[in-house]
Design a protein around this ligand. Structure first.
Ligand code: BGC
Length: 397
């Protein structure tokens, strides 16, 4: 098998996903679920990125970035089973061609949490038929616009998806079953493996991976039991999907990093997570601990696999942009230190380029480097976008 072609320069960019920014994704399961919820929790036009994508890519470029991670909306491309929408495919081709013309490297995700309604109706990812359907969708997409893609991500955060949608039922299809959740993980791992092979057949040099949500765990009081569970959580949470797929179907590690968990075993045999606020740690608007050295630690922990590491998401909800600038800088320093020490890091993509539809939480959490006024669709880069730009300039000879 011929070796994948990775960009030779470091990728500095930011990320979005179709349903969170495009607006009007009426043919997917999220849209349908949102209609059962209150008005403020519906995606509606989101950032209207479907129409404003040029402006947004220009903005990304003007902020000194050279890479853009986006996802393709399966429900737009195949709104009904087996019927591919040429216009939607052409739309994405134009977006990708525009990026290439601007020297922006594209990282394209095939599945980022949403499914066409007809997939939902056949049992979603609990059905093995969905694997075949996902392969046909992937093959169609790759045949039509694969040459425009620089790096491919098959599935975004399979373990987050199976947990939120099938273990705790907080996301559509709102199932609460460990068995269903395990089946979804298994089916997604098979889908990933199959699409990896399809991609290698059609585009042998295209690097293929997934975006995987990894958490750093720490023994809060340093006891052997906390350390044991920290190791176990690390193995289970951070590696399980790779056990299912095997490492050979990953040309690179796509890493989404948001969480640092402190394990406290003083009150129960199985340690519980410490609330970071109660011990005076800095947190985001969503109460997630800000732990900038975690990103470098994770990169170091993956170095032994000798596969390129791409940070596919990392960021925080911070509407006032008071914590983002320093958190971003400290995190980048930690990542670059890991790189200097030998971790094969090839890029960093911040989550997110724009404020957007944050799933079940609606529009309140503000993850954007760029603020979006959802009434007027006006975009305003936050201070942190400029801090990021300066940082990139300092690193670029
Ligand atoms: C997801 C994004 C989400 C972000 C912030 C990631 O798990 O891939 O879609 O917006 O976290 O919650």
């Amino acid at each position: 098998m011929s070796s994948p072609h990775f960009p030779t320069h470091f990728l500095w960019g930011s990320a979005t996903s179709s349903h969170q920014v495009e607006g009007g994704n009426t043919h997917n399961d999220w849209w349908a679920w949102e209609q059962t919820r209150s008005e403020g929790l519906r995606s509606v036009v989101a950032c209207d990125h479907w129409n404003r994508w040029r402006e947004d890519i220009d903005l990304l470029k003007s902020l000194g970035q050279n890479a853009y991670r986006l996802s393709l909306e399966w429900s737009r491309i195949e709104p009904t089973e087996g019927a591919f929408d040429q216009e939607a495919l052409t739309h994405y081709k134009e977006v990708l061609q525009y990026c290439r013309a601007q020297n922006i490297t594209t990282v394209v995700t095939l599945h980022h949490f949403t499914n066409p309604l007809w997939i939902r109706d056949q049992g979603g990812w609990t059905s093995t038929k969905t694997i075949k359907d996902f392969c046909r969708y992937a093959e169609t997409v790759l045949s039509f616009l694969g040459t425009e893609i620089d790096l491919l991500i098959t599935i975004n955060e399979p373990q987050v998806y199976s947990f939120m949608s099938y273990t705790i039922g907080a996301w559509p299809p709102n199932v609460k079953s460990e068995a269903a959740s395990a089946r979804v993980m298994w089916n997604m791992s098979r889908a990933h493996r199959a699409v990896y092979q399809i991609s290698k057949r059609l585009l042998p040099h295209l690097p293929v991976g997934i975006a995987y949500n990894m958490t750093t765990f720490e023994a809060h009081n340093g006891t052997w039991r906390e350390r044991f569970f920290a190791k176990w959580f690390d193995l289970f949470n951070n590696r399980s999907f790779f056990w299912l797929t095997g490492m050979r179907t990953h040309d690179f590690f796509g890493l989404n990093y948001y969480f640092h968990r402190r394990l406290d075993g003083s009150r129960s045999f199985i340690p519980s997570f410490v609330d970071p606020k109660q011990i005076g740690k800095d947190t985001s608007d969503l109460g997630w601990e800000l732990y900038p050295s975690g990103i470098g630690k994770l990169a170091r922990s993956l170095a032994c696999h000798e596969k390129p590491i791409l940070i596919t998401e990392h960021g925080l909800a911070d509407a006032e942009d008071t914590r983002r600038p320093s958190y971003l800088k400290e995190s980048l320093k930690s990542l670059l230190e890991a790189k200097r020490d030998g971790a094969p890091v090839i890029g960093y993509l911040h989550w997110s380029l724009l404020d957007n539809f944050e799933w079940a939480d609606g529009f309140e959490p503000r993850f954007g480097l760029v603020e979006v006024d959802f009434k007027t669709q006006e975009r305003t880069p936050r201070g942190s976008a400029l801090v990021y730009k300066e940082f990139i300039e300092e690193q670029t000879p």
